[in-house]
Design a protein around this ligand. Structure first.
Ligand code: NDP
Length: 482
């Protein structure tokens, strides 16, 4: 049992009722570690510890909260190389991508260390004589966080950091597939000076640990990132529970990248390859629909296919690798089923889509590109979450915009054009939370709001100063001074 990585509850490392191996998707013979799995009993303990810690933590000074967050951010950045390797080993994104994600997580803690110092309110004149009004923000209480496998450190960071900055206590359940980074983050938090119980980690499957959190009457809010189906179930449960839970959901995307005739071809190909295939296409902001006007279509497809053929798909930790493996066997099978579905639906597979063998046994898939796709096809409507691009040919800008917006999702949208007129029109009319001009649909800054519309997101935005909306509640105080 000694080498099983434990849950972190009430300031103590607590064993689960069983443990699961964390398997490297680049090499399935490499076990990253054995991680404890909790259940509803551990969730109960964690919520009780968080509740006990809340009264004192929510009344700490901004300086105390700043200092803790800065300590956490500094250690993440100091240990960036080691944590980046762990991330790439457990999730399969390339080392460069893993290092980038860890750097982002560290910067997020530093950003919210600053935000902790900024807390304040407004003094507003009353419409009635003798009254004064103050509008302030208060912490919510115990917040449950349920995170996916595709950003194992950045997503926990962008939920935990604002929660702590504004005085809340936390119970985190990371994805069962990738508990390593969340556990390493818990170790860093454990020695940061944060009082016992303010942050708790309970690892294990969503169906047990996650469900117990969603059902727990003393968790006041749930922040979730993951699939649409799970997100919808969680929202339903949170709004049906007594008392009602505040809920925030970040879910899928089917993000369009529009390429117009007047685009810089090299730049457009770069945006498409980066946005669609980097991080093995496993990003909610991935550009899975490439909507291309007829005048540049054939040149764009030929140049993109050439780039894809030259990409190195291999073990995430090899220096030359540009695309790592798919995260696990289940996701690989899902990707392959969409590759075969696309052909059945009548799209043309220009390249890729086959399983690749490498020196180590992993889940390697050649990046796939479809052309002659129609926006009504399932490969153009459903989130594949793998290295699969779908090119849709359109006549002009107006058709491109209409196709871009014809989706149940609304996370990110991009356009490649040299026209100020079309770029400006697209920025105003894309029905998404993020819009990109001449840059990939994926790849975002850490200090500005993140989130989408329609079926992609629900509730307040995450990240940047917008995070205060979810992690605090507003109080309006009236004082009669005579
Ligand atoms: P899920 O929505 O199943 O998982 C996300 C998180 O929710 C995980 O921590 C999971 O736990 C947890 N969870 C699962 N069921 C419940 C439940 N009943 N109650 C509470 N929590 C629960 O997504 P997957 O990771 O399985 O990925 C499936 C698909 O979702 C992908 O193929 C992709 O399309 C999409 N996805 C989108 C992401 C995005 O950022 N938009 C991120 C990841 C996935 P656990 O995994 O431990 O069982």
């Amino acid at each position: 049992m000694d080498d099983i990585k434990a849950n972190f509850i009430g300031g103590e490392w607590v064993a689960g009722h069983d443990a699961a191996p964390n398997v490297n998707p680049s090499d399935t013979s490499d076990i990253v570690g054995l991680y404890a799995r909790g259940g509803s009993a551990e969730v109960d303990q964690a919520v009780a510890a968080a509740e006990r810690a809340f009264a004192a933590w929510s009344r700490t000074t901004p300086q105390q909260r700043h200092d803790v967050l800065k300590t956490i951010g500094d250690e993440i950045l100091t240990r960036r190389d080691e944590l980046g390797r762990l991330l790439s080993r457990e999730e399969g994104k390339t080392l460069a991508e893993g290092l980038g994600e860890v750097g982002r997580a560290g910067q997020i803690f530093l950003f919210f260390a600053g935000e902790a110092l900024r807390s304040g309110g407004e003094v507003i004149a009353s419409t009635r004589p003798g009254l004064g009004i103050e509008v302030t923000r208060e912490a919510l209480g115990v917040i449950g966080m349920i995170t996916p496998w595709n950003f194992p450190i950045a997503i926990p960071a962008w939920k935990i950091a604002p929660a702590l900055a504004y005085g809340n206590c936390v119970v985190l359940k990371p994805a069962d597939l990738v508990p390593g980074c969340a556990h390493a983050l818990a170790e860093i938090i454990a020695r940061s000076g944060l009082p016992a119980g303010v942050f708790n980690l309970v690892m294990g499957p969503g169906s047990t640990v996650g469900q117990a959190m969603v059902d727990h009457p003393r968790i006041v809010a749930i922040s979730f990132t993951g699939s649409v189906a799970t997100g919808r179930r969680i929202a339903k449960a949170c709004t049906a529970s007594v008392p009602l839970k505040k809920v925030q959901l970040e879910m899928g995307g089917k993000n369009p990248l529009v390429v117009l005739d007047d685009a810089d071809l090299d730049l457009a190909v770069e945006c498409a390859v980066n946005g669609t295939f980097f991080s093995t296409g496993q990003r909610c902001t991935a550009s899975s629909r490439l909507i291309v006007t007829a005048g540049i279509h054939d040149r764009f497809v030929a140049a993109t296919a050439r780039r894809l053929a030259a990409l190195v798909v291999d073990h995430a930790l090899k220096p030359a690798t540009q695309i790592g493996p798919v995260v696990d066997e289940g996701q690989l099978q899902q990707d392959l089923s969409y590759v075969s579905l696309g052909q059945t639906e009548g799209a043309q597979l220009v390249c890729g889509g086959q399983v690749l063998n490498r020196d180590t046994a992993g889940f390697y898939l050649a990046p796939a590109l479809f052309t002659e796709a129609d926006n009504r096809m399932r490969i153009a409507r459903e989130e594949i979450f793998g290295p699969v691009g779908v090119v849709i040919r359109v006549g002009d800008y107006d058709e491109a915009l209409a196709v871009a917006n014809d989706t149940e999702f609304g996370l990110s949208a991009g356009i490649c054009t040299s026209s100020l007129k079309y770029a400006s029109h697209f920025k105003r009319n894309a029905e998404t939370g993020l819009v990109m001009v001449n840059t990939a649909t994926a790849g975002i800054d850490y200090h500005v709001p993140f989130g989408g519309r329609k079926g992609s997101s629900y509730g307040a935005r995450e990240q940047g100063r917008a995070a205060v909306e979810f992690y605090t509640t507003v109080k309006t105080a009236y004082t009669f001074a005579g």
